[in-house]
Write a protein that binds this ligand. Structure first.
Ligand code: DGT
Ligand code: CA
Ligand code: CA
Length: 580
């Protein structure tokens, strides 16, 4: 990992995460300082590496101490403070901090008073009922943590990494590999390319004539925790953050067969191999081969292999043996949605929301650059503690929108993201809500209600005449907070009855609704919106993730409302014949 802006951003993000543990609070001065720097640098497009400490401090949000760390990174490839924090807070310990209900302060006490270092220790301490005796914790907290552990699905032995943690790392490695001399192609494969929500390990395939220099570079990257293997064409490492990465080098001719094989899934591969056998061929990571003569039929591209097997090429997110082989054979795969097909964004926050950061004008400017025909601004409703916007704020925004919309090609609509209360109630009142062009509504609280209550509150919100879409249906945060439990069939039927759209949220921490809910929903004829849920300008650019999630759910383009032209979209947005 040579010094690069991406590498710096990664180390700063890690500094934020570990400093929260070290300082005992996400609001600590140091944490905020790193966070501010991170946000500033993400949108800074100038040259960074040559800036001095005093030049760096001239950038907004960067103080002297952070500036020194940035210089240190570019000069040495690491930040000493981070190296120390990594030693103090190893990945097993950091994993504990992702368990809902375990704040940094409690965690520190568990470590100092009970010696808890990892999830297995915590589980054992809970089983021995040791937590309840700690001052200020008690039996209730102990039980709550036991449940959180249970619902997270065995965090202990199942060490799957949330996609939000694996994807940026994989993308950076692939970029670095592509920039290396002699590398013709590089692609991440495996579950990550299939866009699963959690990742066992990262599998990267490179096409190059000479593997040795690539292998040597890979196992010598700075900041690795462990080298598991260093072979001629295959090596495996574990990064500082505890993620395993496998790298294989093949020839350019074998590249298609190799990425097809290593993308999987295993079940998809088995079906492909059977089709090869039926034709008197064999299929493996080297190519599609005539079994008798041993001649390679095709191997250089995935597309050519699918075609030889008389299949339409299957997009990677669909390769789970969930009906895609049959549909590819009938040339009946769903028409996929790409970011270029999206004509508007329907879930975007401005800095009026307490947890968002960019002003309206900047959001509108970026939406126009993206070529959108329409944009719906949806700040948080007032019921959301700290982050919600009151009536006066939204009325002022209405004025601002009218001014920006005047003479603009882009249709700017005022919406709001309402909070679905525990009983299905919504923010403000019906009269005030009627003043919006379009409302979306989502669950932001009360994640622990019984299943029937969750079902009822969702259906009540779906049936509200002003609500046109439900944001992040389950409210989950992948690997950190399980979603609410509800009757999926009953809820999806309410979507169909009221012509309400189900959101496909592009935020990597959410990716909500999940692929299995989407698969079911599209079968029932539900409509969808793919949204960014941006909380700052650069968030608008993440629609590609929602598009990949839609592919995992076999969602056809026609069912995605924000692929429709403006007129048709506005008609749908303004329809209020929802059942009451
Ligand atoms: P993960 O890492 O657990 O999230 O899931 P994958 O799908 O990335 O699985 P992984 O890393 O074990 O292997 C990557 C791909 O390589 C897998 O999706 C399909 C292929 N593969 C690995 N082992 C086998 C095998 O025994 N048979 C077949 N047909 N394919 C395999
Ligand atoms: Ca993998
Ligand atoms: Ca692997």
């Amino acid at each position: 990992m040579t010094a690069s802006k991406e590498g710096l951003l990664e180390q700063l993000a890690e500094l934020v995460e570990l400093s929260i543990l070290d300082e005992g609070s996400p609001a600590a001065f140091r944490v905020r300082a790193y966070e501010n720097a991170l946000h500033e640098l993400r949108s800074y497009h100038g040259e960074l590496e040559s800036l001095s400490v005093s030049q760096l401090t001239k950038l907004e949000g960067i103080g002297k101490s952070t500036a020194q760390k940035i210089r240190e990174y570019f000069e040495t490839g690491t930040i000493a403070k981070l190296v120390k924090l990594r030693a103090d807070y190893p990945p097993e310990y950091v994993r504990l901090s992702k368990i809902p209900g375990l704040g940094p302060k409690t965690l520190a006490r568990l470590r100092s008073e009970l010696g808890i270092q990892n999830v297995d220790d915590l589980r054992a301490a809970i089983e021995q009922e040791k937590l309840r005796d700690l001052k200020g914790l008690g039996e209730k907290t102990e039980k709550k943590l036991a449940r959180a552990l249970e619902r997270l699905g065995g965090v202990g032995k199942d060490k799957r990494t949330p996609i939000a943690d694996a994807l940026p790392l994989a993308r950076r490695l692939v970029d670095e590999l592509r920039a290396m001399e002699g590398v013709e192609r590089a692609e991440y494969c495996g579950s990550l390319r299939r866009f699963r929500e959690t990742i066992g390990d990262i599998d990267i395939v490179v096409a190059a004539a000479d593997a040795a220099p690539i292998m040597d570079w890979f196992v010598a990257m700075p900041g690795l925790r462990e080298v598991l293997g260093h072979g001629d064409t295959k090596s495996s490492v574990v990064t500082a953050s505890g993620i395993q990465v496998d790298l294989r080098v093949v020839t350019a001719e074998q590249f298609g067969a190799a990425i097809l094989y290593f993308t999987g899934s295993k079940a998809h591969n088995i079906r492909l191999r059977q089709r090869a056998i039926d034709r008197g061929w064999t299929l493996n990571e080297y190519g599609l081969t005539d079994a008798e003569s041993g001649d390679v039929i095709v191997s250089d591209t995935e597309r050519a292999i699918y075609e030889a097997l008389e299949l339409a090429p299957v997009p990677p997110p669909m390769r789970e043996d969930r009906g895609e082989i049959e549909r590819a054979a009938d040339d009946d795969l769903p028409t996929i949605v790409t970011p270029a097909d999206l004509r508007g964004d329907l879930h975007v926050h401005t800095d009026r929301s307490g947890d968002a950061h960019s002003p309206l004008a900047a959001i509108v400017a970026r939406a126009a650059e993206l070529g959108y025909e329409y944009l719906v601004i949806t700040d948080h409703g007032e019921d959301l503690p700290q982050n919600g916007v009151d009536r006066a704020g939204l009325e002022a925004q209405r004025q601002e929108i009218a001014e920006l919309a005047d003479g603009s090609e882009l249709a700017i609509l005022q919406g709001v993201e309402l909070n679905i209360g525990p009983d299905g109630g919504l923010d403000y009142d019906a009269e005030f809500r009627a003043g919006f062009d379009l409302c979306i509504a989502g669950v932001h609280s009360d994640f622990d209600l019984p299943r029937e209550s969750q079902t009822e509150r969702l259906i009540a919100a779906i049936r509200d005449p002003k609500v046109r879409a439900i944001s992040h249906l389950s409210g989950r945060l992948i690997g950190r907070r399980p979603g609410i439990e509800f009757d999926v069939e009953a809820v999806l039927k309410a979507f169909v009855e009221t012509d309400t759209a189900l959101e496909i949220n592009s935020g990597l921490a959410r990716l909500d609704a999940s692929d299995s809910v989407l698969l079911y929903a599209q079968e029932l004829g539900v409509k969808f919106v793919i949204t960014s849920d941006a909380h700052r300008v650069d968030g608008l650019d993440r629609m590609q993730w929602g598009c990949l999630l839609a592919q995992r759910g076999f969602v056809p383009r026609e069912a995605v409302v924000n692929t429709w032209p403006r007129k048709r979209f506005l008609e749908w947005a303004r329809a209020t014949e929802s059942i009451q």
